[in-house]
Design a protein around this ligand. Sequence first.
Ligand SMILES: [Zn+2]
Length: 139
Amino acid sequence: MSQEIRKMPRPVPKLNADTEAWWAGLRRHELLVQECASCGHLLHPPGPMCPECRSLDRGWRKSDGSGKVYSWVVVNRPMHPYFFDKAPFPVVLVEMKEGFRVVGAIDCEIDRLCDGLPVEVDFEDVNDSFSMLLFRVIQ
Ligand SMILES: [Zn+2]
């Protein structure tokens, strides 16, 4: 592996009008979920319209940050060079206490992962502009 690949910065997401506030929340170390202002449906990932009532009126609610592992995958062959020397690593789908599900990294040994594993949200500061979700197992 060349030195150029090893020094490649971590990839960051592209923002759009629907996701910008969510990423800004992560940067402040807050996990937000989009909430329909008409019917209260929680929507993640964020989108322009409520799938339940088709309202375009949206707001944000701060999650309390606790949830349980709903499912996971183990990445053995990363697509981006930044992650080549980090594999294998797990990526989890967590069902938050409020009922919505979100994908994130987890600081946990792969053999320890199981359905219903209680976790809490934490944040990994990637650079001056981005923070990523990083779940931690509740002991
Ligand atoms: Zn709605």
